[in-house]
Ligand binder design. Structure first.
Ligand SMILES: [Zn+2]
Length: 107
């Protein structure tokens, strides 16, 4: 990279650009090779696991988020009981601690 600056000073823009491109290509190659080897290690781990052998490292897994998803018993709209106390659709109030919604006929 310092050589690139020297070349820019010496009015050799073509060589400077060539060096920049070469640098960028080598960086991209490094990233690609790193990804390939990671994938290869993953495949090796999966094969070892499927054959009942010991393996080092961890098998990557998707992060599973547990979302409490309930359905309003009055209108059938999906509702997150943890986040809301009322049904957004029909206005039925959810009792705390109970899964089932309950209608409120007042007002
Ligand atoms: Zn509802």
């Amino acid at each position: 990279m310092i050589a690139v600056l020297f070349m820019l000073d010496a009015n050799q823009p073509a060589w400077a650009v060539a060096c920049l491109i070469a640098g960028a290509v080598s960086v991209l190659q490094g990233i690609a090779i790193n990804m390939l080897f990671k994938a290869g290690a993953e495949v090796t781990r999966l094969l070892k696991k499927s054959n009942g052998l010991k393996f080092s490292g961890e098998i990557s897994q998707p992060v599973i988020r547990v979302v409490a998803d309930y359905v309003c018993s009055v209108c059938g709209a999906s509702a997150n009981v943890d986040a809301q106390t009322k049904c957004y659709k029909c206005g039925a109030r959810f009792e705390p601690g109970s899964i089932k919604g309950k209608t409120e006929s007042s007002s």
